[in-house]
Design a protein around this ligand. Structure first.
Ligand code: ATP
Length: 746
């Protein structure tokens, strides 16, 4: 098996699974957040713990096999009796008892379990613990403590196995592990994880006795792999000097320090304090428990003269011996309960002050070789172990109030409480809203029910009242009949009056009162009704009167219009009659054949003169008509809806047109256009005939001739002629056309 000079095997790392955590009722299983302290920790009491010492015998090495081949081992072990016999000579030996006696065949696992495991468990419970190997150079101290077991996992030493157990038991969420690795070489304390740091102070707390090295590098480790890496770095930096006795000898004291912080809870039971059975408890106090495991691999304890050291090596050996002898003196003093223990004599004893006579649980393994040539060293080692067994420590847990953890916990609690409060607030508001809504519904329902009940009650009362009135009326009638009957009997028999007379009177009075009330109410209703009726009538009457007046006004207007038209008509008729009468008179006088028969082309001048005469004869009446009616009004009658009116109007216009003085005015007032319109409308023949006559009269004026033709007069006259049935019409049209053609001019 290949190994380096420090006894560490080379090769790839291969480890067993971590050892299963020991059952501890007071501790939660690995991974649980917090653990509770045991009774001793709660009380803060120290418990006695003697330094436990085991002896381990190294098997003969190759050199011893040869050199001591003819000699028996200097020790004889009785492991079952935990005894060791150190031979003085062939026939005599000294017997020593130890806490454990480990033969050369003891496995590394067994050595760990009997020497270190109880200390590791103590450390996990919160106590400080020390595992230390003491022995002559080359007897297996480093083998026992520092083997990494990279080639053969069963070779794993106490350091590796301890850390496996620690990791198996810690909770990564709440616990932490930090490691520092130091060596004390010639009274210089050096950091093996940072060799440049070689002046590390040793600080002792005078109150608690705790020892600390504040300048040492502290590396937090979270798994076994990183721990092994750290061990390798430390071992590589450890100084080892060859000696004549052992080529792989460690010339320094090495110290691995594992600091553990664990969170614990402590409940203070109020019921126990108050002496009652209340279940009230104070919230758990978060505590942090700090403990440390110190594994010390002391330098070889060989004697200077025997090691054959010289120069620096000699100084080195002297330094080692000095520190080890100081340790021995301290242990002696402690074993003998001396008042003074010379811890301050060396740095080694200052460093280990807590482990011997302090508060740590300490386990010492003393390693010995079998060779009789080193009997003296072996004896010295055994005696060192024997004295150490007498040292009593007082184990004490160190707990601190975990402010950080408490603050974290309180923050979480506060967040939870706030969230819970908000939730409850919301629930409360929802509940209030719900209750409110339900109350509103209930109130509405009650109101509805109340209104219904009230209505029912009212109807019921009304019915009862009606029935009561009815009943009273019946009673009244009945009583009246009885009274009449009684009166009749009384009158006849002169007997006493009926016994119910008073009742009847009372009922009567009641009935009378009710009647009066009803009558008053009915009168009131009637009064109101009549008022309403009057009011309505007044309103209606007013409207009717207005409408009537309007109608009357309209009638009056229509009447007036009709009368006006009638007057015009009558006047025109009168005019016409005069005109015809004149014509008739002239005919009778024999001055002419006929009025219109003479109106041919050859007689235009004659007719014209006749017309002139007629006109002269009628001058006064036409002038009167003009004055009384007005030309415009007469012309407007040409468009009257009444055919009769139109005929008379056109006749009047024709007559007016016969007067030369009127012709211009008629044309200017639009009379010509109206006359042509009558032709165009295919009026009845009489109208068209008279209109043609009127146009003929207007055509006598040269100024009008062009105008008549320009407005299509010739065409309209032609059309009238073509439709004419009465020869008089043809005559009128012919006269008009003749005038238009300017007969007067030719
Ligand atoms: N129990 C054992 N079984 C087998 N070999 C062992 C045993 N103990 C020690 N050895 C071997 O003995 C040699 C010396 O051991 P180790 O280096 O551990 O001694 P040491 O006490 O630490 O010496 P030093 O004080 O000089 O460092 C090593 O080769 C080691 O493998």
């Amino acid at each position: 098996m290949a190994s380096n000079r420090n006894g560490f095997q080379r090769g790839s790392a291969k480890f067993d699974r971590p050892l299963k955590s020991r059952p501890r009722p007071s501790s939660p299983s690995p991974g649980s957040a917090l653990r509770r302290p045991n009774a001793a920790a709660r009380n803060g009491d120290a418990v006695p713990g003697r330094v436990r010492v085991a002896v381990r015998l190294r098997p003969r090495n190759a050199e011893e096999m040869m050199a001591d081949a003819d000699f028996a081992d200097c020790v004889e072990l009785q492991p079952e009796l935990k005894r060791l016999k150190l031979r003085r000579n062939n026939w005599d030996s000294d017997t020593y008892e130890f806490d454990e006696v480990l033969t050369e065949f003891a496995s590394q696992k067994r050595v760990y379990e009997v020497v270190a495991k109880p200390v590791v468990e103590s450390v996990l419970d919160g106590y400080n613990g020390t595992v230390m190997a003491y022995g002559q150079t080359g007897t297996g101290k480093t083998f026992t403590l520092g083997r990494l077991g990279e080639v053969d996992a069963s070779d794993r030493g106490i350091m590796v196995r301890s850390m496996e157990d620690i990791f198996a038991d810690l909770s990564p969420d709440t616990d932490s592990v930090t490691v520092s690795y130091l060596q004390l070489y010639m009274e210089t304390l050096q950091d093996l994880l940072n060799p440049a740091n070689d002046n590390i102070p040793i600080v002792e707390d005078p109150r608690s006795g705790d020892v600390s090295m504040p300048g040492a590098t502290l590396v937090e480790i979270t798994d076994q792999h990183s721990f092994l890496e750290l061990l390798r770095v430390g071992e590589a930096n450890r100084i080892a000097a060859n000696t004549k006795l052992n080529t792989e000898s460690s010339r320094s004291h090495a110290m691995l320090m594992v600091h553990i912080k664990r969170s614990v809870l402590e409940n203070e039971d109020m019921s126990s304090q108050n002496g009652d059975a209340s279940h009230l408890t104070k919230p758990s106090k978060p505590l942090v428990r700090k403990s440390k495991l110190v594994v010390v691999d002391l330098a070889g304890s060989e004697r200077v003269h025997k090691s054959g050291s010289e120069g620096h090596m000699l100084e080195e050996a002297k330094s080692i011996n000095l520190s080890l002898s100081s340790l021995g003196k301290c242990i002696n003093a402690l074993a003998e309960n001396n008042a003074h223990v010379p811890f301050r004599d060396s740095k080694l004893t200052r460093m280990l002050r807590d482990s011997f006579g302090g508060t740590a649980r300490t386990s010492l393994i003393v390693t010995i070789g079998p060779s009789p040539r080193h009997r003296g060293e072996t004896s010295s080692t055994i005696l060192f172990g024997q004295r150490a067994m007498k040292v009593e420590n007082m184990l004490k847990i160190k707990e601190e109030f975990d402010y950080k953890s408490l603050s974290r916990k309180l923050e979480i609690q506060l967040d939870k409480l706030i969230a819970e409060n908000e939730r409850q607030q919301k629930a409360f508001e929802d509940e209030v809203e719900k209750v409110n809504f339900e109350a509103q519904c209930r109130i509405a329902e009650v109101e509805r029910n109340f209104a219904d009940a009230l209505e029912k009650e009212r109807l019921k009362c009304q019915m009862e009242y009606m029935e009561l009135v009815k009943e009273l009326e019946q009673k009244l009638v009945l009583n009246q009949e009885r009274h009449d009957c009684n009166s009749f009997v009384a009158d006849n028999e002169e007997g006493p009056a009926s016994s119910s007379t008073d009742d009847v009177a009372e009922v009567k009075m009641l009935l009378e009162t009710e009647r009066n009330r009803r009558k008053a109410a009915e009168e009131e209703v009637e009064h109101l009704k009549s008022q309403l009726g009057k009011h309505t009538q007044a309103e209606a009457g007013g409207d009717v009167e207005i409408i009537k007046l309007r109608n009357l006004l309209e009638d009056e207007a229509n009447q007036k219009k009709r009368l006006e038209e009638e007057i015009i008509l009558l006047r025109s008729q009168l005019l016409q009659l005069n005109f015809e009468a004149d014509q008739m008179r002239r005919c009778l006088d024999g001055s002419s054949g006929s009025t219109y028969s003479a109106m041919d082309s050859s007689t235009t001048q004659v007719r014209h003169s006749q017309f002139k005469d007629v006109a002269n004869g009628q001058k006064s009446s036409v002038a009167t008509l003009f004055e009384q009616v007005g030309l415009q009004k007469i012309l407007s009658l040409l468009e009257s809806d009444d055919a009769n009116v139109r005929i008379h109007a056109v006749k009047v216009v024709a007559n007016l047109a016969a007067e030369e003085a009127n012709q211009k005015r008629i044309v200017e007032a639009g009379g010509l256009t109206s006359l042509l319109m009558l032709l165009r409308r295919y009026e009845d023949e009489t109208v068209r005939r008279v209109a043609a006559g009127a146009i003929a009269n207007l055509a006598m004026n040269e100024a009008n001739q062009e105008l008549i033709m320009a407005e299509g007069g010739i065409t309209l006259l032609s059309m009238t002629a073509s439709d004419a049935e009465d020869p008089q019409t043809l005559r009128m049209v012919a006269g008009a056309i003749a005038n238009l053609c300017g007969n007067g001019r030719y």
